[in-house]
Design a protein around this ligand. Structure first.
Ligand SMILES: C[S@@+](CC[C@H](N)C(=O)[O-])C[C@H]1O[C@@H](n2cnc3c(N)ncnc32)[C@H](O)[C@@H]1O
Length: 302
């Protein structure tokens, strides 16, 4: 194709992402606030809800703030936002060259000093290439921050979906992309805004703690900080919806809110025996009425 289509199709997530929310979309859509101002998604990953809201026209005229702590991930979104054609051209080359040797060659780039000086579009294309060809689409880095997932066993991996990348680029126009901690980005949220939180999940068992999307892991203390921020935002009149795992710890943390148990098929788990249906929760910040001030907030606003 190699040109920007006049009418790109609806965009969909271009990455396979652990904890991706594609299958839970119908449910998430049932829990949107009726009306909201700006949209925040600070744990972006594959961005399933963002792309869905965009495709449904629910973000028209709104400011959109997307963030993630994973630097390579945000760099990739930025490259697609700014120079989709260059990303696509590089990916076409990757597709042509794909082999086991090539995979490990590209995987090793982040070990070299020149990596930081690589052109962003090439770095973004590398991220997409590794994501489409690595084992289970996992993004896992070691303590030094080096990507260390082995190659997956795919006969014919779809490395380049050009139409979708053009559509993704279109959807990202005007969006603020933030690389960093969710607490920083959420300082910008105002009453009436809608925030969707999809953090790395609290582990179901002590051995199932897949949380290494970045070199810093998401600890139990961090879950507590997140719950405090949830309280703070909700009290200010921000609409907050959160996904997490169904554990006693999480249910206790959010006990004053509306919690719905949902079932998801989870293919990304390092242990094959732990794959299958898992229980997750959807937590909805109910807007209580404020004692002072003129903001009348009711739970019916959802
Ligand atoms: C469960 S995934 C989000 C999946 C996403 N909703 C989707 O549909 O693909 C959680 C994301 O949180 C990011 N993350 C981890 N710690 C973070 C932090 N402190 N601040 C912001 N993002 C963080 C990870 O890099 C990961 O992409």
């Amino acid at each position: 194709m190699n040109y920007r289509p006049l009418f790109p199709p609806s965009p969909s997530p271009f990455l396979k992402w652990a904890g991706g929310k594609r299958q839970l979309l119908p449910l998430l859509l049932n829990h949107l606030p009726r009306q909201f101002n700006n949209y925040f998604e600070p744990f972006l990953g594959g961005g399933a809800l963002f792309f869905e809201l965009y495709s449904l026209g629910k973000l028209e005229g709104k400011k959109v703030f997307l963030g993630d702590a994973n630097r390579e991930l945000i760099l990739t979104y930025r490259a697609l936002q700014r120079e989709p054609k260059r990303v696509i051209d590089h990916l076409r080359e990757f597709q042509r060259s794909h082999s086991k040797e090539f995979y490990y060659f590209v995987r090793g780039w982040d070990r070299g000093e020149e990596f930081e000086t690589l052109e962003p579009a090439l770095r973004g294309a590398r991220f997409i290439y590794l994501n489409r060809t690595c084992f289970n689409g996992l993004w896992r880095v070691n303590r030094n921050g080096y990507f260390n997932v082995p190659m997956g066993d795919y006969k014919n991996p779809k490395i380049l979906d050009e139409e979708n990348l053009w559509a993704v680029s279109e959807a990202l126009q005007g969006v603020t992309l933030f690389n960093g901690d969710y607490k920083e980005l959420l300082k910008l949220a105002q009453p009436g805004d809608f925030v969707y939180l999809d953090p790395p999940y609290h582990p179901l068992t002590s051995t199932s703690n897949f949380t290494s999307y970045t070199k810093e892991s998401f600890s139990q203390e961090e879950q507590i900080k997140l719950a405090q921020l949830f309280d703070h935002l909700t009290a200010r009149g921000v609409f907050v919806l959160e996904s997490n795992s169904n554990t006693p710890f999480i249910c206790t943390l959010y006990r004053k809110y509306q919690i719905e148990i949902v079932h998801a098929n989870r293919a990304i788990n390092s242990k094959a025996s732990n794959r299958g249906k898992v229980e997750e929760v959807l937590i909805k910040g109910k807007r209580g009425s404020r004692k002072k001030g003129n903001l009348k907030m009711t739970k019916e606003s959802w």
